[in-house]
Design a binder for this molecule. Structure first.
Ligand code: IPM
Ligand code: MG
Length: 358
């Protein structure tokens, strides 16, 4: 039976880059990929179409899909909306409604792009880190939360950072499993010197680790981890951390590669159903100009084929095609370098299709 993929372009450059990724998926039908794709609005587009960032029809579609391809959400025209109607709420709603608790954010430096990093080439050459970010708990979702008035009339804002043992255990196990398939080193990032929630986090991660004796487990405070990431990132193999720490560290890790336009991500539930999206945002400043880099989204399709749809061979094929396109010197403006040829979104997508046919 064919597998169903929900295609959610979202806002800004999401529309252009998802179109290229969808063409790649369509093309792979020639190689036996048995899928059906259905498009739906989310984020600002959801608000425009149905008055809310995660329309009911979109939610129904993603729930019955085997995998979701997402572009990006957000744009300046939506910033004045009340918080619950903002595009980001659509994204957070997808994560929580689908139970996508495990966010995999690789930071890989393509050898062809070594000069794109702002760090010295020897610090980042060959970089290959996987950040496993907890995505449906912690301070992003903790209750109580809000803005309230104190007795003296002054307002205060408050959020709750809370993790249960089972939430920590399941994300730790995802990270250990991934470490087993890679370099067998896992660094758990916390703030156990200050926060009780981190104290428990560390305890639970250590306990889960007893089932993974081959994985070398280490712990690092988040401030130090941020510093170590820019100092000597190659010391890391897999990192696992809470929702907000992961949000911050994964941006830093992505930038180590100098090409955030190249990095895919996966958000998985307990059954490996997943949502796949580029790490970068909707980039309203370049939206509609045909210059956005579609490769992160195309590489997200590769992750989808590997983690949710069980077509690892086709995933390899996409990753090879991207490598070949880079080898040939094709570059979108964000990764442009001397001696290369600058191309737009569509031309880059077509080049990948060309490699897939070769
Ligand atoms: C991310 C983004 C989101 C987050 C925003 C858009 C809500 O920064 O996916 O990293 O904070 O999780
Ligand atoms: Mg972020």
């Amino acid at each position: 039976m064919s597998q169903k993929i929900a295609v959610l372009p979202g806002d800004g450059i999401g529309i252009e880059i998802v179109a290229e990724a969808a063409r790649v998926l369509n093309h792979l039908k020639n190689d036996g990929l048995d899928i059906e794709m259905i498009e739906a609005p989310v984020g600002g587009a959801g608000y425009d179409a149905a008055g809310k960032p995660l329309p009911d029809e979109t939610l129904a579609l993603v729930k019955e899909s085997d995998a979701i391809l997402l572009g990006a959400v957000g744009g300046p025209q939506y910033e004045a909306l009340p918080r619950e109607l903002r595009p980001e709420r659509g994204l957070l709603g997808l994560r929580s409604e689908l139970g996508l608790f495990a966010n995999l954010r690789p930071a890989i430096l393509y050898p062809q792009l070594a000069d794109a990093s702002s760090l010295k080439p020897d610090v980042v050459a060959g970089l290959d880190i996987m950040i496993v970010r907890e995505l449906t708990g912690g301070i992003y979702f903790g209750e109580p939360r809000g803005i309230r008035e104190k007795a003296n009339g002054e307002r205060e804002g408050f959020n709750t950072l809370v993790y249960s043992e089972s939430e920590v255990d399941r994300i730790a196990r995802v990270a250990f499993d991934i470490a087993m398939k890679r370099g067998k080193r896992l660094c758990s990032v916390d703030k156990a010197n200050v926060l009780e929630v981190s104290e428990l986090w560390r305890e639970v991660v250590i306990k889960a680790g007893s089932d993974y004796p081959q994985v070398e487990l280490s712990h690092m405070y988040v401030d130090n981890a941020a510093m170590q990431l820019v100092k000597w990132p190659k010391q890391f193999d897999v990192m696992v951390t809470k929702n907000m720490f992961g949000d911050i560290l994964s941006d830093a890790a992505a930038m180590l590669t100098g090409s955030i336009g190249m990095l895919p991500s996966a958000s998985l539930d307990a059954n490996s159903k997943g949502m796949y999206e580029p790490i970068h945002g909707s980039a309203p400043d370049i939206a509609g100009k045909g210059v956005a880099n579609p490769l992160a989204t195309i590489l997200s399709v590769a992750m989808m084929l590997r983690y949710s749809l069980d077509y690892a061979t086709l995933a390899d094929k996409i990753e090879h095609a991207v490598g070949s396109v880079l080898d040939k010197g094709l570059r979108t403006p964000d990764i442009m370098a001397e001696g290369c040829r600058e191309v737009g979104t569509v031309e880059m997508g077509e080049a990948v299709l060309g490699e897939l046919s070769a």
